[in-house]
Design a protein around this ligand. Structure first.
Ligand code: FES
Length: 154
């Protein structure tokens, strides 16, 4: 992985996306090594603050991957997570950060190929945005991001 490779954090539900990522590994499907998986018991556990903290800690992109709609083991955790992701995307846009840096996906544990595919697509998407993310290091004293991403894209 080179320095220009984007860092992507994937918050994955234990029952589906994490199992799909595991299956992708078992099937030896290739996906970029810059996707760092954090396993959650359910995406309903995800707090909007975790998403912002991930960006602040250096992620250039964040994936949230939960069970298929109607298949969440905690009934509606994936629906709540999707709403939170949409709210944070809206917040990012207001801050001048490309909302495409954050995405929610539904997948089943049998979709190892889809996990590998979305990891590749998200990496390509982030590579087309200014790198690093303007939010990187914003929480550290004396460290500033590169500024408004809307301006950087013009
Ligand atoms: Fe998978 Fe809720 S158990 S998203």
């Amino acid at each position: 992985m080179t320095n220009s490779e984007p860092k992507i954090v994937a918050f994955c539900c234990h029952y589906c996306a994490f199992a799909a990522a595991d299956l992708a590994g078992v099937l030896r499907l290739k996906y970029p090594p810059n996707v760092h998986i954090i396993r959650l018991p359910c995406t309903g556990k995800l707090d909007a603050l975790y998403l912002l903290k991930a960006f602040e800690a250096g992620a250039d992109g964040v994936i949230v991957a939960g069970c298929l709609e109607g298949s969440c083991h905690f009934i509606s955790g994936n629906l709540r997570a999707k709403k939170r992701v949409l709210a944070v995307k809206s917040l990012l846009a207001k801050l001048g950060i490309a909302p495409e840096r954050l995405e929610f996906f539904n997948l089943s544990s049998a979709q190892g190929d889809r996990f590998a595919q979305l990891a590749r697509e998200m990496t390509e998407r982030i590579k087309n945005l200014p790198n690093p993310s303007p939010l990187r290091g914003r929480g550290e004293p004396g460290v500033r991001g590169s500024g408004d991403e809307k301006e950087a894209r013009l």
